[in-house]
Design a protein around this ligand. Structure first.
Ligand code: SF4
Length: 74
């Protein structure tokens, strides 16, 4: 499978939505778990300063994801 079947491109926009966002699986709710995973997946949300300061980037990621998952245990 190349693309999740729940992913939909919005018409006339370069944006995508999850059609089951509020009922998405836990794996989706928890992704991305850590900066290492984002690097491995070549995530376009990573910025140069995240790579220079991965511990701070993880703290920021945990804060951004706080409504979806608990923070990563280090
Ligand atoms: S969040 Fe999960 S279910 Fe939704 S589009 Fe992405 S991969 Fe699919």
């Amino acid at each position: 499978m190349n693309r999740c079947p729940w992913l939909r491109k919005l018409p006339k926009q370069n944006k995508y939505i999850c059609r089951i966002y509020y009922n998405r699986p836990d794996d989706c709710k928890h992704y991305p778990v850590d900066i290492e995973q984002m690097v491995k997946d070549d995530c376009e949300m990573l910025e140069a300063h995240d790579l220079r300061r991965p511990k701070q980037a993880q703290i920021t990621l945990d804060r951004l994801m706080s409504d979806s998952r608990p923070p990563v245990k280090r």
